[in-house]
Design a protein around this ligand. Structure first.
Ligand code: XIL
Length: 333
């Protein structure tokens, strides 16, 4: 379909991107990607297990081809992600004695030095080719009194892993936009915990440039009013906001399964995309990037999360044809 509008020509307020694998830069996928999008996020290729599988042994074999494709097509790249509790090798959290780290000063120093070494290598390898980094991912747990997820990072270092990550990233990639990224930021308690953390750390001088809202949402949740409240909350901080992992599941809960996406769900999805993009464009003064977590429904992480079932959360279908959801974005009338 080369006769339909390019998303990039219609939505010009901010870059619009897709999370991709190397395979999606090839053939018809690569054509669709470059036709419609202005940004890409390697979905897995820059995570710790991909870039530093063994200590101080760095490999960019997965990510470099994606970066080369992006450069050839003039696409921005979002670097995802420097620090996370998932997809991080076990050696990172193993002490010098070969045992799992505990909350001792020695283990804390070792963990922070590994963190610093990781960021120095990965961010320096890409320099200005990666203009935005998700420096830390999913650090909030609003069910905790202090709002902080009890990851090994937190258990061993408290907030220092976040402080170190942003300071080192700023030092190594001074031009890059540094983002703190999380999911369910539309949930008021989580949103407020994230806000409080960002306000505190920025008050200390930690170089956080913006908040990333993952926005893994579905056809019935959240409401546009709730999403707008999420955006509005962070405006007083005067920081950037990015939509980093948008997809709109056709399922309303984890018990449903459809063999074929029902027409009413695909229509509801189109209205959801229409209303979300209209909202984002109204907040264009604050939003500096919007990324879909996938290119087309033939490859979406929601096919296996939270359970295995076929989902259809993106703008193009399994045959790469534009869905009603696509028309919701490009023709909101
Ligand atoms: C997902 C990838 O899409 C999958 O391929 C992988 O198996 C698991 O991770 N939040 C994030 C992303 O920040 O890194 C996750 O990506 C999806 C949820």
């Amino acid at each position: 379909q080369t006769d339909i509008p390019r998303i990039r020509d219609v939505v010009t307020e901010f870059p619009v991107g897709a999370a991709i694998t190397a395979a999606e830069t090839l053939g018809v996928h690569g054509e669709l990607l470059a036709r419609h999008f202005t940004s890409v996020t390697p979905g897995n290729a820059l995570k710790w297990d991909a870039t530093e599988p063994a200590e101080n042994s760095f490999t960019y074999a997965q990510a470099d081809p994606l970066l080369a494709y992006a450069k050839a097509h003039g696409l921005a790249v979002r670097g995802h992600t420097l620090v996370w509790h998932n997809q991080t090798p076990a050696w990172v959290f193993t002490g010098a004695d070969g045992e799992p780290m505990t909350a001792t000063a020695a283990d804390k120093a070792l963990l922070l030095s590994r963190l610093e070494n990781h960021i120095r290598n990965v961010a320096a390898h890409y320099g200005d080719d990666i203009a935005t980094w998700d420096v830390v991912n999913e650090v909030i747990d609003e069910s905790q009194a202090d709002g902080m997820r009890r990851s090994t990072w937190y258990e061993i270092t408290g907030l220092d892993y976040i402080r170190t990550a942003f300071r080192v990233a700023r030092e190594v990639a001074p031009q890059a936009t540094l983002i703190i990224n999380d999911y369910n930021t539309n949930v008021p308690a989580k949103r407020d915990a994230l806000y409080d953390l960002v306000a505190q750390l920025r008050g200390e001088g930690v170089p956080i440039d913006g908040v990333g809202h993952q926005m893994h949402v579905n056809v019935g949740w959240p409401t546009i009013a709730e999403t707008e409240a999420m955006l509005r909350k962070f405006v007083p901080l005067g920081i950037e906001q990015q939509i980093t992992e948008l997809d709109v599941s056709i399922y309303r809960d984890s018990t449903e399964t459809f063999e074929v996406p029902p027409a009413d769900r695909l229509l509801a999805q189109a209205y959801a995309y229409r209303d979300l993009f209209a909202l984002f464009r109204r907040y264009a003064a604050d939003i500096t990037s919007v990324t879909l977590w996938g290119l087309a429904d033939d490859n979406t992480w929601l096919d296996t999360f939270p359970v295995t079932r076929k989902d259809a959360p993106l703008l193009f279908d399994t045959r790469l044809q534009a869905k009603q959801a696509y028309w919701g974005v490009v023709d909101p009338s």
